[in-house]
Write a protein that binds this ligand. Structure first.
Ligand code: G3H
Ligand code: 13P
Ligand code: ZN
Length: 324
């Protein structure tokens, strides 16, 4: 099947208490690792591309890689989404260039300016059969080139007006997640019996209040990597330096998926899997220099990581058919 929008996926995900994985892609091995897992697990999927990814890999290469995945995985629905579109022009370029979904990230603007730019993108996108994600509230960390030292939670009292005035199809909200591999400072965490840092709980009260005000409306969670400690350890044991890297506990993401969260964004975990695997390979085989030899296990580990997310966190394994 051809690329699809996320409309049907979100309807099914909302109704049946699961979420669709939105995984960031930059190169062939990442696209292959993700889509091979989705194909085997019969899961719908959103492949997303940031402004930085377009600058790195080039729009055309990314489009062609995703088109190749569509051909190789004919039985699963695949969305091609722009992640953190910074302005109308970038969104328009992606809409004109074959994307089926775009995010306009106006979260750094005032409420009124966020509404204005989001509405403009929605009008253009809807005229071209493309869906739009907006954002209210800011996540700490780096959102492409927009960097926020501290985040600000979404204000539930703003969401109805925002959705009504812009016509967005989904809304990203800030409830305590952040981008990257350092989501919580150690002093924000407690320690469990084994001495492992346990981060504070996400603001489920805000999520619930937003959902009450926007019934049946798909909510998006950014910054949803869990920062697997096995990969942090693998990186650190093989020459890396990532102390105190902490992510969102998977049980909390599962809980969010059972509520109104229909799209969960994961990028950093893929990066950790790829980097950990390659670092280990280099350490164990200092004589090797064929990129295929280290990219192969890296791709395989991305695939297993995504399989785990689909089955154990997102709950969307086996849901491809109902999302078509
Ligand atoms: O939200 C940010 C994504 O992880 C994309 O990151 O801008 O480095 O490609 P990037
Ligand atoms: P992570 O950095 O937690 O993987 O978040 C990715 C993201 O939100 C992309 O938009
Ligand atoms: Zn994001």
């Amino acid at each position: 099947m051809a690329l699809v929008t996320s409309k049907k996926m979100f309807e099914q995900a909302y109704k049946n208490g699961y979420a669709i994985g939105a995984f960031n892609v930059n190169n062939m091995e990442i696209v292959q690792g993700i889509t091979e897992a989705c194909k085997e697990e019969k899961a719908p999927v959103i492949l997303q591309v940031s402004k930085g990814a377009r600058a790195y890999a080039n729009h055309t290469y990314l489009i062609k890689l995703v088109e190749a995945a569509v051909i190789e995985c004919p039985d699963i629905p695949i969305v091609l989404h722009l992640d953190h579109g910074p302005d109308f022009e970038t969104c328009k370029a992606c809409i004109d260039g074959g994307f089926t979904s775009v995010m306009i990230d106006g979260s750094a603007h005032s409420f009124a300016d966020n509404i204005a730019v989001t509405k403009k993108v929605v009008e253009y996108a809807h005229d071209h059969g493309v869906v739009v994600e907006g954002e209210l509230g800011t996540l700490a960390g780096i959102e492409d080139e927009v960097s926020h030292a501290v985040g600000s939670y979404t204000r539930p009292e703003e969401v109805e007006e925002f959705v009504l005035k812009t016509g967005v199809d989904s809304l990203a909200i800030a409830i305590g997640t952040s981008h990257g591999a350092y989501k919580f400072k150690p002093d924000q965490c407690t320690r469990n019996a084994q001495g492992i840092l346990v981060p504070p709980e996400l603001r489920f009260d805000i999520l619930e209040e937003v959902s009450k005000r926007l019934p049946n409306f798909p909510i998006v969670l950014h910054g949803s990597s869990s920062v697997p400690q096995d990969y942090v350890k693998m990186i650190n044991e093989n020459g890396g330096k990532m102390p105190d890297a902490i992510g969102v506990p998977e049980e909390q993401l599962r809980r969010a998926a059972e509520l109104s969260v229909c799209k969960i964004n994961i990028d950093s975990d893929l990066r950790l899997a790829m980097t950990g695997t390659i670092r280990k390979f280099f350490n164990e085989h200092p004589d090797k220099f064929d990129p295929r030899e280290y990219l192969k296990p890296a791709r395989a580990n991305i695939k297993e990581l995504v399989r785990h997310k689909l089955k154990d966190v997102l709950g969307c394994a086996g849901k491809a058919d109902e999302c078509k």
